[in-house]
Ligand binder design. Structure first.
Ligand code: VGL
Ligand code: ZN
Length: 191
């Protein structure tokens, strides 16, 4: 698959809290960092989303169940856990998209309540390549919203890791994206 000037890379939530030692660590989350770094320079445009919660966000629980979308406190604005993984090579000109910043509203998608759609359209982007964390939550929702908004969407499967609770939810998420017209490929297929 050939990368075009009308493509954008969307890197979803590669933040400390979703990586090793983080509050909501995704199994092997760190492994996406070199994979994503390898493709960033090949795109004219890259957007980096970040979960950017107030300290009292509605998804936080003292007894988080994970499977019911209650989570440990994570990605609180201006904390270390909310920073991008230190190894992630974010170009200075990148679009940084914060989401989930309202106390009473969950926002898994990078499109929800953000200027992402408008920013992509302003750049004449018609296809987005999506990777990051977590496959079965924010990556999935961002990819599905992208497709719904009229973008061609490509999931970079090796550039993603998921929560996978219950087991199988990553596979289910990939199937769901595929069903919605998302092309599933790997970074090795890009040229
Ligand atoms: C995410 C759970 C809670 C994600 C964000 O980035 O996939 N998952 N908040
Ligand atoms: Zn969150």
């Amino acid at each position: 698959m050939k990368i075009e000037p009308t493509d954008a890379l969307i890197v979803v939530d590669v933040q400390n809290d979703f990586c090793r030692g983080g509050a909501l660590a995704v199994e092997a989350g760190d492994e996406v960092v070199p994979v994503i770094n390898g493709v960033i320079p090949r795109f004219l445009y890259a957007a980096f989303t970040r979960d950017w919660h107030p300290h009292d966000h509605c998804s936080f629980s003292d007894d988080p169940q994970w499977v019911d979308k209650s989570w440990p406190r994570h990605c609180v604005q201006n904390t270390r856990g909310a920073e991008f993984h230190p190894g992630l090579q974010v170009p200075a000109k990148s679009l940084i998209i914060s989401k989930g910043n309202q106390t009473h509203r969950e926002a898994y998608s990078g499109f929800q309540g953000t200027p992402l759609d408008a920013e992509l359209r302003a750049r004449h982007v018609n296809r987005i390549f999506v990777g990051g964390l977590a496959t079965d939550y924010c990556v999935k929702t961002t990819a599905l919203d992208g497709a719904r908004n009229g973008f061609q969407v490509v999931l970079l499967e090796d550039a993603c890791r998921g929560v996978d609770r219950p087991a199988g939810s990553v596979a289910k998420a990939v199937a769901e994206m595929n069903q919605a017209g998302v092309t599933v490929t790997t970074t090795g297929d890009l040229s």
